[in-house]
Design a protein around this ligand. Structure first.
Ligand SMILES: NC(=O)C1=CN([C@@H]2O[C@H](COP(=O)(O)OP(=O)(O)OC[C@H]3O[C@@H](n4cnc5c(N)ncnc54)[C@H](OP(=O)(O)O)[C@@H]3O)[C@@H](O)[C@H]2O)C=CC1
Ligand SMILES: CC(=O)N[C@@H](CCC(=O)OP(=O)(O)O)C(=O)O
Length: 346
């Protein structure tokens, strides 16, 4: 049995990790870490866990947790994991960080976009970017995994095969993304209040969102060129879900069947990626509560552009589900253990 500790178990991403790990047959949660609910029963913080989780919340002492756990998940604000990380921790437990602390290889880029100093840059090189479908073999051997961002997971996986095969002109790529409000976390913030979000849709972080360099870096590896793109996120009045619509010029003439064959080449055996039937557009509703990524494309021959569409649940494939998928790889377990979640509807 894998002993798992969660720092930040009282946040939205941490809460989803608790839900998933409770259904994992090879993992047991031994630490419900929090900052403001220490000594409170976890089932009182989240009533859905009433009479399911009787344990009390503990603190965020990663060093102590490393002595007891096989794996530590940090579902904490940017900078926390980096500020705690020590060789001694990694020598004792594997770490899966849900924040962005180890996602970006160039520390100067991280510090510029996140506006904070990186407290343990010596571990950045070792960290493996935990996009399972792309970096599976490296993840299996990793001690430290940087779980990808929610927008970035959806944006990268939706375009990855076409970037890799040189079918799209990367200099023309534009990503329009929409997220449900749980993506912003549980902390109280005025822009996320009911009256600000309900019956509304708004762009934010225009030309400045911190997921931009992460997407650029990863799609740059795929395309084997430096990538600069436009990424515009929007907040929409729903709880969960991310929908991305990506636009790029085609470098050569292709048919839908050609493009489908490329996606099949990369994702044909992927359990969690569903390339939809021709003409069917991904919808957040059809992936909600699951680890699936739904993808489809449409070629617009009039403009010589291809429109790529992807949908995920931000809290599952965009956070906790992918983290569990990473844990499964790191511990040699079947990749889908604990993740055979059927999307819920309505
Ligand atoms: N929400 C999402 O869809 C996604 C989130 N993520 C990432 O996961 C991480 C958590 O996000 P999310 O769950 O949304 O955030 P929340 O604000 O909902 O939760 C944050 C968690 O971290 C704890 N915490 C806050 N400040 C500190 C601190 N200074 N030291 C230790 N613990 C602290 C909180 O404890 P307490 O409750 O006690 O205050 C809480 O458990 C972030 O890095 C985020 O970027 C990644 C992908 C998707
Ligand atoms: C809707 C919303 O506010 N989303 C968050 C992104 C989600 C997140 O938590 O960021 P990481 O995936 O990098 O950890 C934001 O735009 O800041």
């Amino acid at each position: 049995m894998i002993k798992a500790g969660i720092i930040g178990a009282t946040g939205y991403a941490g809460g989803e990790l608790v839900r998933l790990l409770l259904g994992h047959k090879d993992a047991k949660i031994i630490w419900y870490g929090s900052r403001s609910y220490i000594d409170r029963k976890y089932g009182d913080v989240y009533q859905n866990m009433f009479q399911i989780v009787d344990e009390k919340c503990l603190d965020d002492n990663m060093e102590e947790l490393a002595k007891q756990a096989d794996v530590i998940f940090t579902a904490t604000p940017q900078g926390f994991c980096a500020s705690m990380m020590k060789e001694d921790i990694l020598a004792k437990a594997k770490v899966i960080d849900l924040s962005a602390d180890y996602r970006i290889k160039d520390v100067a880029v991280y510090e510029k976009w996140y506006g904070i100093e990186h407290k343990s840059p010596q571990f950045i090189e070792e960290a493996v970017y935990g996009l399972c479908e792309v970096n599976r073999e490296d993840i299996r051997k990793a001690r430290l995994v940087a779980n990808p961002g929610c927008y970035t997971t959806c944006s990268i996986l939706t375009a990855y095969p076409l970037a890799k095969e040189g079918i799209i002109d990367m200099g023309t790529l534009i990503i329009d993304a929409k997220s449900g409000t749980s993506g912003a976390g549980r902390g109280a913030k005025v822009p996320n209040l009911y009256c600000e979000v309900n019956e509304n849709i708004k762009a934010y972080g225009v030309a400045s969102h911190r997921h931009t360099p992460e997407i650029e870096e990863q799609l740059g590896y795929a395309a084997r060129e430096k990538v600069a793109l436009n990424f515009t996120p929007h907040l929409v009045p729903m709880n969960r879900g991310i929908l991305v619509t990506e636009y790029a010029s085609l470098k050569k003439e292709v048919t839908y069947e050609d493009v489908k064959a490329v996606y099949d080449k990369y994702y044909g055996n992927e359990r969690f990626i569903r390339f939809l039937d021709e003409g069917v557009c991904p919808e957040t509703k059809w992936v909600e509560g699951s680890n699936y990524v739904d993808i489809n494309v449409k070629i617009d021959s009039r403009t010589n552009r291809i429109i790529m569409m992807g949908a995920i649940d931000n809290l599952v494939k965009g956070a906790a589900g992918q983290a569990v998928q990473n844990m499964n790889l790191m511990f040699g377990l079947p990749e889908s253990e604990g993740l055979k979640l059927v999307p819920m509807f309505p």
